[in-house]
Design a binder for this molecule. Structure first.
Ligand code: NDP
Length: 450
């Protein structure tokens, strides 16, 4: 059994129930096989055994009181996975599906993603099974304050810097920061995604979606193609999806779909971005309302989706931007997209494609941008927010946007070059995993057995 296979099988034995973590682990380690087999130094220093175990895992109780005076209890997590390249950095997810497995898979991915940005950031992730949906503003605030009552002792601007993710946007980051400040008596850059008036960076809100489109643009340009005038499908209707749609319009493309946990809309005239923002960002309502207002749109609820498929991916498109959640695009969806002529997939969400779908996209040699590269614009701009906080400076929207574009193009060039080294230049999964891994592994070797 090879070194890589030994590490995978030992994790399968130890964590048989961590299905998401094992999925991410297999995807990453399988593509490292060729790199590892040429470099015995990684085995000598037990790099893989150390990489797959978090440096620190914190699980904690989050008690809070709802508006009826009832005491509620949620589970909180922060996994500080790897600090070889810098302080732990990664978002917080508030969603009922959150458990240790979900946070571990996200944290593991984050290590290599942060490495690709070339900024000095280690990997971490956290969150809770708390569901902000249907909760009042005061309930969300009380929950965030209780969550921070434990988290504050583990984080710091040079230790661990959380940000947002599913269910954690500007509102939640504000409540979390307020409580951190109160407990620590410090006003520092301990969280990113802050309001621009009190330490946040311009473009942070837009960064993941913009970055995913910039990445698609870079992949397509390398083949002499462009997004201009092309029909695109986007899933999700949260932070990443909305700003993916915004940037697609800016580049002359026509995004025609959006989705949420209840269903999807197909608007052949192109998604009405202002209406979408009003429904999802302001009113936090269901997408069904979109189709009630905009008559060109067709709404399909999840219960009406074709058996075992996501209806978003049955709409013919030139490029697809999965931007909702993990495993939202399976092998049947991938086959449908390819059959309909899709030539580009850029992953805004984390691990949105199942392993079979990923393999099919790679084998078909379309432009396929894996999440850890394509959605790295969010954390990269968090890194830019940290730089502004540390130097007490404020950069303009255009300055940050230009830096984001440069970073996304840099990531593409970096991972394409590594894929070319292995004579597999279209395989950006291979390129991203190896390019991200090399830097982390080198730093771990340099820093000794810790
Ligand atoms: P949001 O909470 O803003 O939006 C999430 C969207 O996905 C919502 O439309 C939500 O629907 C939908 N969704 C969530 N869970 C499911 C599900 N199980 N089935 C179907 N739809 C679902 O989150 P973000 O936009 O921030 O995050 C989206 C993805 O992007 C995640 O994978 C996240 O990890 C990733 N990402 C985010 C970054 C960021 O900067 N925000 C950075 C890098 C990656 P509903 O409205 O019904 O809840």
């Amino acid at each position: 059994m090879s070194y890589v296979e030994q590490v995978i099988s030992s994790c399968e034995e130890k964590f048989p129930h961590q299905v998401y973590f094992l999925q991410a682990l297999r995807e990453i380690l399988e593509s490292l096989k060729v790199e590892i087999s040429h470099n015995p130094i990684y085995e000598k220093y037990a790099i893989l055994e150390r990489l797959v175990v978090p440096e620190r895992s914190i699980a904690f109780r989050v008690p809070w009181v709802d508006d009826c005076g009832r005491v509620r209890v949620n589970q909180g997590y922060r996994i500080e996975f790897n600090s070889a390249l810098g302080p732990y950095k990664g978002g917080l997810r508030f969603h009922p599906s959150v458990n240790e497995d979900v946070i571990k898979f996200l944290g593991f991915e984050q290590i290599l993603k942060n490495s690709l940005t070339t900024l000095r950031m280690g990997g971490g992730k956290g969150g809770s099974d708390f569901d902000p949906k249907g909760k009042s503003e005061n309930e969300v605030m009380r929950f965030c304050q209780s969550f921070m009552n434990e988290l504050y002792r583990h984080i710091g601007d040079h230790t661990d810097i959380p940000a947002g993710d599913i269910g954690v946007g500007g509102r939640e980051v504000g409540f979390l920061f307020g409580q951190y400040k109160r407990l620590s008596n410090r006003f520092d850059g301990v969280l990113t995604g802050k309001g621009v008036e009190w330490g946040g960076s311009l473009v942070r809100k837009e960064a993941t979606g913009y970055g995913s489109v910039y990445f698609a643009q870079a992949m397509l340009e390398a083949e002499g193609k462009s997004l201009e005038g092309k029909v695109c499908c986007v899933s999700g209707s949260g932070n990443v999806a909305i700003y993916t749609i915004e940037k697609l319009y800016a580049l002359g493309a026509k995004p025609v779909t959006a989705s949420d946990s209840k269903g999807m809309i197909y608007d052949q005239e192109g998604i009405d971005l202002e209406l979408l923002k009003e429904i999802k960002e302001v009113r936090r309502a269901s997408l069904e309302e979109y189709a009630q207002i905009k008559k060109s749109a067709i709404y399909t609820s999840v219960s009406e989706y074709p058996q075992g498929q996501n209806a978003v991916w049955s709409v013919p498109c030139f490029a697809a931007f999965p931007s909702a959640t993990q495993n939202e695009l399976n092998i049947l969806d991938a086959q449908t997209l390819l059959k309909n002529g899709c030539q580009c997939v850029s992953e805004g969400a984390n691990m949105p494609c199942t392993q079979e779908a990923t393999n099919l996209f790679v084998d078909s040699k379309i432009c396929y941008g894996p999440a850890k590269a394509a959605n790295a614009g969010g954390v990269a701009t968090s890194g830019l927010e940290m730089m502004q906080n540390a130097s007490m400076s404020i950069w303009t929207f255009d300055e940050v946007d230009a830096k984001l574009l440069k970073i996304m193009r840099g990531i593409f060039a970096q991972i394409k070059a590594v894929a070319q080294e292995f004579n597999d230049e279209k395989n950006l999964v291979l390129g991203a995993n190896i390019a991200g891994f090399r830097k982390v592994a080198k730093a771990m070797i340099d820093q000794g057995v810790v």
